[in-house]
Design a protein around this ligand. Structure first.
Ligand code: AMP
Length: 214
């Protein structure tokens, strides 16, 4: 089963993708996480990508498309994958169709996490994740059950993203409205777009997604 999770920054794509990964045995492919892994390296490429990401703009399509094209054919994707953060514009959606066709794969579901933007700013400003396993948390809505200790792996080290600062958040919403939202009709016209209320409790959102995935 191959699915796309769509939704604005902070809509819960990463959180839900990790849950789907556990329950459905398919792999989360987060382009943001893949890119963040490269920005740690002290290379010209890493610095260039980091500057773009920190500003909230999109990294060039060719870099992203090549990254995904290589990733979806790896053995761990053989049962399927959850695309989280890709595609981000219509050109990427078309490139995805081309690569799926080339590999004899298909898209089963495109799930939109529908949320109110005003709430998202609040969500983004409080979020952090585990350095070790990537589990995501929030200062107010989703704290680890024991303070300072990751529920998933027991690590005590957490990170906050540079692009969750207010100026970058503003840029990311604008990019979403102008470049990513136009993807919705592309999938709606094909009858594979499903909307989920992303404002509901995290467990309720997971439940809705599970119903769609069957
Ligand atoms: P995310 O973790 O999905 O919020 O992505 C963080 C940042 O990574 C974005 O603001 C972009 O700079 C970059 N990025 C992630 N996915 C893509 C993509 N599909 N196309 C272009 N840039 C991306």
């Amino acid at each position: 089963m191959n699915i796309i999770l769509l939704g604005p920054p902070g809509s819960g794509k990463g959180t839900q993708a990790k849950r789907i990964e556990q329950t459905h045995g398919i792999i989360q492919l987060s382009t943001g996480d893949m890119l963040r892994a490269t920005t740690g390296s002290d290379t010209e490429f890493g610095r260039r990508v980091k500057a773009i990401m920190d500003s909230g703009q999109l990294v060039p399509d060719d870099i992203i498309v090549e990254m995904i094209d290589r990733r979806i054919v790896q053995p761990d994707c053989s049962r399927g994958f959850i695309l989280d953060g890709f595609p981000r514009n219509v050109a990427q959606a078309k490139a995805l169709d081309a690569m799926l066709a080339e590999h004899g794969l298909r898209l089963d579901h495109v799930i939109l996490l529908d949320v109110d933007e005003a709430v998202l700013v609040d969500r983004l400003s409080g979020r952090f994740s585990c350095n070790q396993c990537g589990a995501s948390y929030h200062d107010r809505y989703n704290r680890p059950s024991q303070h300072g200790i990751c529920d998933g792996c027991g690590s005590t080290e957490f990170t906050r993203r540079a692009d969750d600062r207010p100026d970058a958040v503003k840029a990311r919403f604008e990019v979403y409205r102008k470049q990513t939202a136009p993807i919705l009709p592309y999938y709606r016209d094909r009858g594979i777009l499903r909307r989920v209320d992303g404002m509901a409790e995290i467990d309720a959102v997971t439940h809705e997604i599970d119903r769609i995935l069957g």
